[in-house]
Design a protein around this ligand. Structure first.
Ligand code: UD1
Length: 340
């Protein structure tokens, strides 16, 4: 049973990945500083899988503690590195915090990983690295445009740091997974997304509006050059995304990687408009959502959806859930946390 470290393992995507790893028989060690997550998530994971991962509350910005942790866990066979801050707007206000949280921690973890006998790393990246992509669907060799926020820049720099290290450390193998828009929750409704404050992302805003926490969803712009005028994104069910991590990790553990640094898009390959997401929510819940058309949000791109051919062919992975499945699970989760 291979031991896998999951940093940020109590977060939204991290927790779903821990569940899938445990379901596949991996022994999981979770590091989380609980800065944007709750210890209750550990109970959710246990209740779904029947197993409690080893948990260490640790701030990865503390280099000496990171060193000490790895000394005690030299048998780790792979690291899935999620731990990072992810709010675009906040990153514009607090760039140094983002560079410290997202870059320093990655460097400290990589330092230690390079000393392990088996150095396999999966990095939590984002389609944000493509910036304003010109051609749809987006392939992995689309140009990396200048980042649009410090957050986006940390993902670009993070990928470069890993690539440069892979160039010289022969034992290191890494994969960056570039996520499109992760949504939904575990179908058990025992784990899901826990936004702090007013959600910035579409789906938690929809479910909180339906739950009565928000009065009305603002649809940011209906004058884009798309069929219904609203922006198009590639929404991927978080369980499908979690499974992509397991498959990518197994690729490295089995030595099936083609080079020691690889990148893969993780999306569905299907673009959905904001209005289509709302319609899906209304269809699966039977509810009518209170929404209005509002001005465009600064920084939004008209459309972004993945070409998933590389992940489909090389990882043998494909997203299985539909938008309806994801919206249904997001609503079950919202009802669970609000006791509805
Ligand atoms: C956002 C981030 C992106 C990050 C991704 C991860 C920004 C500008 N981008 O992407 O860097 O990688 O989340 O989840 O924050 N919408 C509304 N009303 C709302 C909220 C959103 O109409 O209240 C629309 C947006 O205009 C957009 C779509 O819904 O067209 C999706 O928005 P969101 O969930 O914020 O995701 P992204 O903007 O794609």
């Amino acid at each position: 049973m291979d031991k896998i470290l999951v940093t940020g393992g109590l977060g939204f995507i991290g927790s779903h990945t821990v569940v899938e790893l445990q379901n596949e028989g991996f022994e999981v060690v979770v590091i989380d500083d609980l800065s944007n997550s709750s210890i209750d998530v550990l109970h959710g994971i246990t209740s779904i899988t029947g197993k409690t991962p080893i948990f260490e509350k640790l701030d990865l910005k503390d280099k000496s503690k990171v060193k000490k942790f790895f000394k005690a866990h030299q048998d780790i066979k792979g690291v899935i590195h999620f731990a990072a801050s992810k709010a675009v707007g906040e990153s514009v206000q607090k760039p140094l915090m983002y560079y410290e949280n997202n870059i320093n921690t990655l460097v400290y973890v990589l330092h230690e990983v390079c000393n392990l006998l088996e150095a396999n790393v999966i990095f939590s990246s984002s389609c944000t690295v493509y910036g304003q992509a010109d051609v749809m669907p987006i392939t992995e060799d689309a140009p990396i445009k200048p980042a649009e926020s410090p957050y986006g820049n940390t993902k670009q720099i993070g990928e470069e740091i890993i690539r440069d290290t892979c160039n010289v450390v022969q034992s290191l193998k890494a994969i960056s997974l570039r996520y499109f828009n992760p949504i939904g929750a575990h179908p058990s409704a025992k784990i899901g997304e826990l936004p702090i404050g007013v959600p910035q992302n579409l789906v938690p805003f929809i479910t909180q509006t339906a739950a009565g926490l928000r009065d009305c969803l603002s649809v940011f712009g209906d004058d884009y050059p798309t069929a219904d005028g609203t922006c198009i994104r590639d929404y991927i069910h978080v369980v499908d995304l979690a499974k992509a991590h397991v498959v990518a990790l197994q690729r490295l553990l089995k030595g099936q990687n083609k080079s020691n640094y690889e990148t893969f898009n993780v999306g569905t390959g299907v673009g959905s408009s904001v209005l289509e997401v709302i319609q899906s929510f209304e269809r699966v819940t039977g509810l009518s959502l209170n929404y209005k058309i509002a001005p465009r949000r600064e920084g939004d791109v008209t459309q972004a959806y993945a070409d998933t051919t590389k992940a489909n062919l090389e990882l043998g992975w494909r997203a299985k859930s539909t938008l309806d499945d994801a919206m249904k699970s997001a609503w079950l989760w919202e009802k669970h946390i609000r006791n509805l």
